[in-house]
Design a protein around this ligand. Structure first.
Ligand code: NAX
Length: 333
């Protein structure tokens, strides 16, 4: 058994955290030999609800879960954390413009970036789930200058999981038979789910997904739009946003970052662009990555079709606009 690590979850009284916390306590993310101390951050008005979550965590009776601290104080929450799930964010209310949402969140992620900078381990792995996730991750890293920029990531794994499941369903295979589908860009409706480099294992052997689907029209339109709009479809049916699947994806993202990816396989993560594939630098953009020893590398050398290039431009333009709006808000403060 290793020594326990501190793990913080923000928005800990919310619905994604409710599913995520069990995975963390059960060892599904950091492994069966890694005990954890949980730091649960929410806003003061939610501390009553959070105390119920703490009771349930105790009642799980799971040996890997050592200490649980519920708090509304970012200093206490971020103390010596090795991993941070930044789930809590200001939700979009009716009539709220995108820039109002961004303004509210910029402030939250500035405060949390500063707290991480002062109190977290310098090798902390930060996963931003709260929306707008990519730009929130960028802001957060900006306010944590002593932590390497590559330690800040945004979640597009739910989009990847959705895309993988949709392709498996189309091909009539188990979901784990499909690999290497890519989510490029922003976790928003401009994201580009790209199946052109994906592979599928069929009874007859391994095949490129485009050849197995044999319908580029479907792959370029219906498939892309279904994944882009999947979040909205869940809200329309459930009257609440995706939570179980979002929590599972957050666990997948952190587990792969912690444990690594298998040879020849990649996963998508929102990471600071280094200019790969002609994407502007200094935006948090979802790329395919390989991970080894806790370090990810953007997969290089993939071919980008003209269709893909135009979609990458749309989503990177949106991220540049978000960054400009966020900077605007911060300069006014
Ligand atoms: P909930 O509204 O159920 O929970 C959010 C929690 O965050 C609340 O308990 C709230 O009090 C708390 N909170 C607000 N401000 C906080 C602050 N400053 N510090 C700490 N906690 C704070 O939302 P939930 O369904 O759990 O969703 C959380 C976030 O995930 C939202 O921003 C949502 O849009 C985003 N999502 C991101 C996804 C992704 O793929 N990146 C997918 C799922 C989800 O939509």
């Amino acid at each position: 058994m290793s020594d326990p690590i501190n793990v913080v979850v923000t928005g800990a009284a919310g619905q994604i955290a409710y599913s995520l916390l069990y995975q963390l306590a059960a060892g599904s993310v950091f492994g069966p030999n890694q005990p954890i101390n949980l730091r649960l951050l929410d806003i003061p008005v939610m501390l009553g609800v959070l105390s119920g979550v703490v009771m349930e965590l105790e009642d799980l009776a799971l040996p890997l879960l050592r200490e649980v601290i519920p708090t509304a104080d970012p200093v206490e929450a971020f103390k010596d954390v090795a991993a941070a799930f930044l789930v809590g964010a200001m939700p979009r209310k009716e009539g709220m413009e995108r820039k109002d949402l961004l303004a509210a969140n910029v402030e939250i992620f500035k405060v949390q970036g500063e707290a991480l900078d002062k109190h977290a381990r310098k090798d902390v792995k930060v996963l931003v789930v709260g929306n707008p996730a990519n730009t929130n991750a960028l802001i957060c890293s900006h306010y944590a200058p002593t932590i390497p920029k590559q330690n800040f990531t945004a979640m597009t794994r739910l989009d990847q999981n959705r895309a993988q499941a949709a392709l498996a369903s189309r091909l009539g295979v188990q979901v784990d038979k499909v690999k290497n589908v890519i989510i490029w860009g922003n976790h928003s409706s401009t994201q580009y789910p790209d199946a052109s480099h994906a592979i599928v294992t069929l009874k007859s052997g391994t095949k490129p997904v485009p050849a197995a689907v044999n319908n580029n029209g479907w792959l370029d339109t219906t498939f892309v739009e279904t994944i882009q709009k999947r979040g909205a479809a869940v809200i329309s049916a459930r009257k609440m946003s995706s939570a179980m699947s979002a929590a599972k994806a957050a666990g997948d993202h952190m587990r792969d970052w912690w444990m690594g990816t298998k040879p020849g396989e990649w996963v998508s993560m929102g990471v600071l662009s280094d200019g790969s594939y002609g994407i502007p630098k200094d935006i948090v953009f979802s790329f395919p990555v390989n991970i080894q020893n806790g370090q990810y590398k953007i997969v290089q050398g993939l071919s980008i079709s003209d269709v893909a290039r135009s979609k990458l431009t749309v989503t990177s333009n949106e991220l540049q606009e978000e960054r400009a709006e966020a900077n605007n808000v911060l300069q006014k403060k």
